[in-house]
Design a protein around this ligand. Structure first.
Ligand code: AMP
Length: 306
């Protein structure tokens, strides 16, 4: 039984008010794989061009990320995304999206991935996400989907078709509002749950994340950090920690999802400390455990109700 991850593998160019990156390795699938592989082996589905460094693929393979489902289009260019963060480091503008190899990407699920029990649909063309679900002969125990405003703008109908087939949707607050047409996040989650997913996770950047299920709600804070260097990939890293923990423990109860959200939040807090995937590549188990205990302290309090 396994975790299958679908998502973009990319070149990114990032600008923040404090610095600018060259063309660096990014992509939702890349961040998810780096993070989830701390918890469980990953079977990756994606596409890159001939310009994608082999060394990056080798690094992932060395982390127990199976790349059989990653297509390499030798004569084409890797997906490119560029973004600029505002002063609050929470909101950003997309400066450029060059789909390149993603434009005509047709994922092929390898036979060895058919044992998929947990499926993480990272941010990608909604029809591609759906194609992976449809190629799996046995429905996974849990399907989690991430998406973004870009797809809501150009492929809303396709997105809704995919949404109807998943268990958990992860979006940020502005995307939840855009998808539901409602300003209230509580009502937005309720509207989205009517579209298919039984669980909705709404990420609020430095203000944490909310998990909704039926009439239950759980809130996880984000760790207050002195310095945020580059928030890119934080959402994907969060997704990787969330699904990685669930796949490792094989427990999809609401209670375990709460733990998974804290793990995702802790991993995301590392991601933002350096540009790109750099911090995720070097983080140790000891550092992760230390940060998890900081989370426990952050939300731990006593109260006496008379
Ligand atoms: P996040 O900061 O978690 O929202 O994710 C940022 C990552 O998403 C970047 O590394 C980008 O390469 C990737 N990305 C941005 N736009 C898209 C898109 N339209 N489709 C797939 N991946 C994207």
């Amino acid at each position: 039984m396994s975790l299958v991850v679908v998502g973009s593998m990319a070149f990114d160019a990032i600008e923040t008010p404090f610095g600018k990156s060259d063309k660096i390795i990014g992509g939702a699938g890349t961040y998810i794989a780096w993070c989830a592989s701390n918890y469980t082996p990953v079977k990756q589905i994606s596409v890159v061009g001939g310009d994608f460094p082999q060394s990056e693929l080798d690094d992932l393979a060395a982390r127990n990320v199976n790349l059989e489902g990653v297509q390499i289009k030798k004569d084409e260019k890797t997906f490119f995304w560029s973004g600029r963060y505002h002063m609050d480091m929470n909101s950003r503008d997309t400066l450029d999206t060059q789909l390149n190899v993603l434009e005509n990407f047709q994922p092929v699920v390898p036979e060895s991935y058919q044992d998929c029990e947990f499926l993480m649909l990272g941010n990608l063309v909604p029809a591609v996400q759906r194609s992976v679900i449809e190629q799996l002969r046995t429905r996974p125990k849990l399907i989690v989907m991430d998406t973004m405003n870009f797809w809501m703008e150009i492929a809303m109908d396709e997105l809704k078709k995919t949404l109807a087939m998943v268990d958990v949707l992860m979006v940020n607050d502005s995307e939840a509002r855009q998808l539901s047409g409602d300003y209230s996040l509580v009502r937005a989650a309720a509207t989205i749950m009517k579209m298919g997913p039984k669980y909705v996770i709404i990420k609020k950047g430095e203000h944490g994340a909310l998990l909704f299920h039926a009439d239950k709600v759980f809130f996880a804070p984000a760790l207050p950090l002195e310095e945020v260097f580059d928030p890119t990939g934080a959402g994907d890293t969060f997704a990787g920690g969330f699904i990685g923990h669930l796949a490792k423990t094989k427990d999809i109860s609401f209670e375990n999802m709460k733990t998974a959200i804290i793990i995702g939040s802790a991993m995301a807090s590392f991601c933002v400390e350096k540009f790109g995937t750099q911090r995720l590549k070097e983080v140790t188990k000891q550092e992760v455990d230390q940060r998890l205990s900081e989370f426990v302290q952050l939300v731990n309090f006593d109260i006496t109700l008379n």
